[in-house]
Write a protein that binds this ligand. Structure first.
Ligand code: GLN
Length: 205
């Protein structure tokens, strides 16, 4: 049993530091992950917000794409926020030519879905399993989830903003993803939820 899980943050690009801080606030040990051997040392992994095209290119040149796919397939818990959500999607729309993902969640995600001119906005989101108070969610050139397969549980939808009612938080088994950035606000309920998920997964093993 691991009382304090070690959770990696894929540290190729994006808001790595903010996730590290949020994970530590949620009672986990955070570790930057850039190489396959570092990936071997973690009980879970966060794919941060940033730019999914850059993250994909860097993951490919650091030879991290395949190791990530393999470990996630083998049951490694993962949480992707924004660009990280795109990375965890089995299918993407409006990607650049040839853009690949790590995949794992049976969903189609549209990049920059809320419109190019809408750089950022905020919306309340009620998140299943994360307390009663609506989450104050910050979206930055965010994707949305266009469709999900049967195994995917929808955890939250936008309640206001440019396109209310869009799916912006999902879970499939040990994988979760949000289109927004809980690492940028002081409310770390999503990181607590993920840290608990990782803790339970390590206990099962
Ligand atoms: N638009 C970015 C992408 O396509 C995601 C933005 C973000 O992570 N804040 O990767």
């Amino acid at each position: 049993m691991t009382a304090v899980p070690t959770i990696g943050v894929l540290a190729l690009q994006g808001d790595v530091r903010e996730h590290t801080r949020a994970l530590e606030a949620a009672g986990a040990r955070a570790l930057n992950v850039r190489r396959p051997d570092e990936l071997e040392r973690v009980d879970g992994i966060v794919l941060p917000g940033g730019e999914s095209t850059t993250m994909w290119r860097l993951a490919r040149s650091f030879e991290m794409l395949e190791p990530l796919r393999k470990r996630i397939e083998a049951g490694l818990p993962a949480y992707g926020s924004c660009a990280g959500m795109i990375m965890l999607a089995d299918r993407i729309r409006d990607g650049v030519a040839g853009q690949e993902t790590v995949g794992g969640i049976d969903m189609t995600v549209r990049r920059n879905a809320f419109g190019r001119q809408v750089d950022s906005f905020e919306s309340a989101v009620e998140l299943t399993g994360m307390g009663d108070a609506p989450y104050h969610a910050v979206f930055i050139r965010a994707p949305w989830v266009e469709s999900v397969g049967e195994a995917v549980e929808v955890l939250g939808r936008t309640e206001s903003g440019p396109s209310a009612g869009r799916i912006v938080a999902v879970r499939q088994g040990r994988l979760i993803a949000t289109a927004f950035h809980p690492e940028l606000t002081g409310d770390f309920r999503v990181h607590h939820y993920f840290a608990d998920l990782v803790r339970r997964a390590t206990e099962e093993e």
